[in-house]
Ligand binder design. Structure first.
Ligand code: ZN
Length: 332
C-alpha cells in the first residue's frame, strides 16, 4: 500500500542571521506535535547534527549555548521516545562556523561535503552520526544531504557505507540547482519510486548497498511563485514563518527561472508551499510507479497557515497512511 512519510529537516537558518533555537526549532516542533498528537501521526526528523557538534564543543564557553544544547537534546530525546524517527542531516559548513557570544556566524564557503578531503568526510559522517546516536535509543541509518548536495556521490559513498548509513532521502524528480555553494541535478532519476544504488544515486543497482526513497515533487507554474512571494510579503501573521532567522539567498538566476517557467518543487509543508499538498497527493495516487509520498518540511519555515493545511491533509488522507523511516526499516 502507498504510504506517506512526513519528514522534517531540523535546522537553523544559514544566511545572515541564524535565528534562535527557540523560535526556529523548539516552539515550531511543539506546534507541529500539537497537530500530530491529535491524530497519532509520527514523523521522521532529519537533525542537522553539525549544529549539535558545535553546541557540544562550545557550551562550556557560553552559558546561553549550554541552555540551547540542553533544550535541543531534550526535544530530540522526547521525539525518539515517543515514536518519531530521528535521522541524520549533514551540513558540513558547521565545521567552519563560530559563535560570537550572541549569534552564530556561519561560514558557508565550504558548504558541501565535497569541499572537504576524504579523511575529513569520513570524520564528519562519523562524528555527526555519533552525536545523535549518543542521544537516541533507536538506530541512525538514514540520511538527507544538506542543500540536496549529494552529487557526485563517488567521493562520499565509502564514508556512508563504513558508518552504516544506507537509506537516503535526498533526491526529487527533476530537481536541479547550481550556484556558488550548491550543486545538484536529478533530471535522470530512476522512475521506480524506490531503488538500490552504489556509488551514484541516479543509477539503479539491485545489489547496491544504498536505498533511495526520494522526496516527492510537484510541477509548479510561474504563477505559484508570484503568489508565494505575495503571501510572504503581504499575507500577514498567518503566513509568517515561525523562525526568526534569515535564509541564505538562492541565486538570482534560479529565482528568475522559477518566476518565468514551470519548475519542479519538493512537496513541502513550508509556508505557502503547503497549499499544493493535497493536489500533489492526488497526482501521486494516480502514478503507479511511485510507492511513497515523501513530504519535506522545516520547522523554521512552517507557519500557522501551513500547519492548518497539514491538518486538513492528515484528515483527508487518513492517519493510518503515515509511516516513519524507523517503521519502514523494521518492516524490511
Ligand atoms: Zn538542511
Amino acid at each position: 500500500m502507498k504510504k506517506i512519510f512526513l519528514t522534517l529537516d531540523y535546522e537553523l537558518f544559514f544566511g545572515g542571521k541564524s535565528g534562535t533555537a527557540n523560535s526556529c526549532l523548539i516552539e515550531p516542533v511543539e506546534k507541529l506535535l500539537d497537530i500530530l498528537n491529535r491524530y497519532g501521526v509520527k514523523a521522521t526528523f532529519f537533525i542537522d547534527s553539525g549544529y549539535l557538534v558545535r553546541l557540544q564543543a562550545l557550551k562550556g564557553e557560553y552559558k546561553v549555548l549550554e541552555q540551547e544544547y540542553q533544550d535541543i537534546v531534550n526535544q530530540i530525546e522526547y521525539l525518539d521516545k515517543t515514536g518519531h524517527s530521528i535521522q541524520l542531516h549533514i551540513h558540513p559548513h558547521w565545521e567552519d562556523s563560530t559563535f560570537n557570544g550572541e549569534e552564530w556566524v556561519m561560514d558557508t564557503s565550504r558548504y558541501r561535503l565535497h569541499d572537504f578531503s576524504k579523511k575529513e568526510i569520513d570524520s564528519i559522517v562519523y562524528r555527526y552520526k555519533k552525536v545523535l546516536s549518543d542521544i537516541v535509543q533507536n538506530e541512525i541509518f538514514a540520511h538527507r544531504a544538506g542543500g540536496w548536495c549529494i552529487q557526485p556521490f563517488e567521493p562520499l559513498f565509502r564514508a556512508f557505507k563504513k558508518h552504516n548509513i544506507w537509506l537516503d532521502s535526498t533526491l526529487f524528480k527533476n530537481g536541479k540547482n547550481s550556484s556558488e555553494t550548491h550543486y545538484f541535478n536529478f533530471e535522470n532519476m530512476p522512475k521506480n519510486g524506490e531503488w538500490n544504488f552504489e556509488s551514484d544515486p541516479l543509477k539503479e543497482e539491485p545489489k547496491g548497498f544504498f536505498r533511495e526513497i526520494p522526496i516527492s515533487a510537484y510541477r509548479l507554474s510561474p504563477l505559484f511563485f508570484w503568489k508565494l512571494a505575495f503571501f510572504k510579503k503581504f499575507g500577514g501573521a498567518e503566513h509568517k514563518g515561525f523562525g526568526d532567522g534569515v535564509a541564505a539567498g538562492g541565486s538570482k538566476f534560479d529565482k528568475l527561472r522559477m518566476l518565468s517557467r514551470f519548475t519542479h518543487s519538493v512537496v513541502s509543508i513550508d509556508g505557502y508551499k503547503a497549499s499544493f499538498l493535497q493536489k500533489a497527493y492526488s497526482a501521486f495516487l494516480n502514478r503507479l510507479d511511485e510507492k511513497h509520498f515523501v513530504v519535506i518540511g522545516h520547522p523554521k519555515s512552517m507557519s500557522d497557515y501551513s500547519l492548518k493545511e497539514l491538518e486538513k491533509f492528515i484528515i483527508n488522507s487518513g492517519r493510518e497512511k503515515f509511516k516513519t523511516f524507523k517503521v519502514f526499516k523494521n518492516e524490511l
